[in-house]
Design a binder for this molecule. Sequence first.
Ligand SMILES: [Zn+2]
Length: 207
Amino acid sequence: MARLQILELPEGSSDDRPPFVLVVDESMPQRILLGFDNPIRDYWQDIADKIGARAVIVTPETVEIPANDTSAYLCESGEAVRSRADETQGRTAEALRLAHERTDIARDMDRLAKRRNELADALGIDRLRDWDDMRNAAARLRQERDAQALAIGRVRDLHRPVEYRGTSICVECSAFAGSTTDNAPVAYNQCGTLRALNGETERSPEE
Ligand SMILES: [Zn+2]
């Protein structure tokens, strides 16, 4: 197999780029007979002319130019070609997988945005708020709920039941004082405060 190399030449003061020689080794010189005017054309010489090489060396010998790394030529065994093909195939598969993943991410982001809006609605806050605002709103709701539960607990504790003359009365509403009541005894199940707490306030006016 022909190997292409560049042999750089020392640059002269009139050179606008380093002069070079095109080296084609492990290859037989090729000449094509074209006609009488221009009887012999050399394929490699034509290329050298076109790429601006000062000259071309075509030789069946192997030429090692110390400045050049020709190891790529050495390793190019069938195994290397196959492994490179595998690698290319692997990269293509990976690129496809990433493309699918990007699609998945876009779809997930869309779902997430919808869920966020639903959550904002459930929390009763503006849809444009961010996740931190939502967390804060949820934390506030929990604080309020806990405070309300404690307040209700204090009210129930105040309007607790006590046995009085064989019946259960509300300590607070009856103004129970140890053994007697300062108010007319109020049956525990008729305590207006507890009925209100329990949502049983739909009383008719005459009651
Ligand atoms: Zn009461």
